[in-house]
Design a protein around this ligand. Structure first.
Ligand code: UTP
Length: 459
């Protein structure tokens, strides 16, 4: 009976191969599969199937650079923005949101990526760095800033345990909202669902674009709204240099009536593999590295800079009203498809790998859907050095080096003297805890201080 019900449900979804398989299952196995299949939204399945058939490309004549403000270009406007942003923080209208559901496969470390030690001397984890930045921002604002942490079904328990083991890094747990990101089924080339095991469907994480729906379906968003939050400061788990809840960006976001604001850094060179913010068919959006036609990728403006240089660093401010529109489904993000070998369970031959398509949503696809956008170019060295890879570019080694250089620059900005080698490189290790300083403005007590050589600096 259970196998018949399961088969009927699958047949109703157009899954005839799996329906025939369900009829071969015993009652207990059929019930287990039924529970899983029942959670598949038939409308969503149709959307995924049609995404399999249509792939869009962007033509060169649809692309233009996007207007942007460079931080520091107009000190008076930045100062006015800072005041506005500080007011938003003081009024409790801002929440921070980190997406930490990724698998971190390039880094290859076990456990959640947020546990990865990035502190050059202390070995502080990414989560600790973010938590302490938030703690300090909260002290400056005169009130705690709520923090949403999106995990995945795979790393949720371990992430929450890590926070507990570290007493939430000094934050009040009542202000931290953990929730898991969603998953999406994978399909074969005929639009048929794949199995992970004999009695469960194959699913994969729905990408950072799924975060807005996860934020609302978890109930965290509603709680933030009750507390008066109006803007979400979004960042990724791999960038410890993030300028947490930057009041200048928040202020610009508000004064420009933006629904979705972004920070960008100039690309290092035309070949850097990073998505670029651009005007696509008249609307703001991100063009992926592989989709940017070579002639545009290499083109330069009259000042010699790359025309398409606005590298996306995934630091955004989103308006809560906009988040509501996305999460309710009234605005749909496009699907990104990854066709690859998938380890799955075949109804006739058992465990095997076969080619299938995984689906993901990307947060930056919300840009063209926003009614107002704002883009601010910032210095890479001050705000962006992600830990993506085990070695080479964007690795823990480059991240620690960049953090040390930034912290040295903060001290040097207040006139402190740091031992350097003849080639200008740092002669010692240096780390400034976010509890001590979020920038040079918090380091006045080290004005003109001379740090001795041969002794690492941990402040
Ligand atoms: P990446 O694209 O760098 O992916 O994620 P990743 O999973 O961390 O690393 P690789 O590609 O497997 O090596 C960018 C940000 O988006 C989050 C990540 O945690 C990171 O903060 N993310 C990514 C999610 O939260 N969920 C996802 O499904 C994918």
């Amino acid at each position: 009976m259970d196998s018949v019900r399961t088969a009927e449900l699958l047949a109703g979804l157009g899954q005839n191969r799996l329906a025939a398989y369900a009829l071969t299952l015993n009652a207990a196995d059929a019930r287990e599969l039924l529970r899983d299949v029942a959670s598949i939204d038939s409308e969503l399945l149709v959307q995924l199937q049609s995404a399999l058939r249509c792939r869009s490309t962007v033509a060169s004549d649809q692309l233009e650079p996007l207007p942007q403000v460079r931080r520091g270009e107009d000190a008076a406007k930045d100062a006015a923005a800072r005041l506005l942003g500080e007011r938003l923080l003081a009024e409790g209208k801002v929440a921070a949101f980190v997406v930490a559901g990724g698998q971190g496969s390039r880094l290859g470390a076990s456990g959640p990526k947020g546990q990865f030690p990035v502190g050059a001397i202390s070995g502080a984890s990414l989560f600790q760095v973010f938590a302490e930045k938030l703690l300090h921002c909260g002290i400056k604002a005169g009130r705690a800033i709520p923090w949403c942490v999106m995990t995945s079904p795979e790393n949720d328990a371990e992430t929450q345990a890590f926070f507990r083991e570290h007493a939430h890094f000094g934050l009040n747990p009542a202000n931290i909202f953990f929730f898991q990101q969603g998953t999406l089924p994978a399909l074969d080339d005929d639009g048929q669902l794949l199995l992970r095991t004999a009695t469960s469907l194959f699913r994969s994480p729905d990408g950072h674009g799924g975060s807005l729906r996860a934020l609302t379906s978890s109930g965290a968003f509603q709680e933030l709204r009750k507390r008066g939050v109006e803007h979400i400061f979004y960042f990724q788990v791999d960038n410890p240099l993030v300028d947490m809840c930057d009041p200048v960006l928040l202020g610009w976001h508000l004064s420009e009536h933006s629904e979705f604001s972004s920070k960008v850094v100039p690309k290092r060179n035309a070949e850097e593999k990073v998505g670029v913010l651009a005007r696509i068919n008249g609307a703001a959006g991100v063009i992926e590295y592989s989709d940017l036609p070579a002639a545009l990728r290499d083109s330069r403006d009259e000042s010699g800079q790359l025309r398409f240089r606005a590298g996306n660093i995934a630091v955004h401010v989103l308006d809560c009203g906009f988040v509501e529109r996305i999460a309710s489904g009234s605005l749909q993000l496009p699907w990104h498809l990854a066709r690859k070998e998938i380890a799955c369970f075949d109804p006739t031959t058992g465990p095997m790998t076969r080619v299938g398509t995984k689906f993901e949503l990307f947060i930056f696809d919300a840009l063209p859907l926003a009614q107002g956008t704002f883009v601010m170019e910032v210095e890479r060295s001050a705000e962006f050095s992600p830990v993506k890879n085990r070695s080479g570019a964007d690795s823990v080694e480059t991240c620690r080096r960049d953090s040390m250089e930034l912290h040295a620059a903060w001290l040097e900005r207040v006139g402190a003297r740091i031992p350097r080698n003849p080639d200008g490189s740092l002669a010692l290790s240096i780390e400034i805890s976010p509890r001590t300083a979020l920038g040079p403005e918090d380091l006045e007590r080290y004005r003109d201080h001379v740090f001795p050589s041969g002794q690492d600096i941990l402040l």
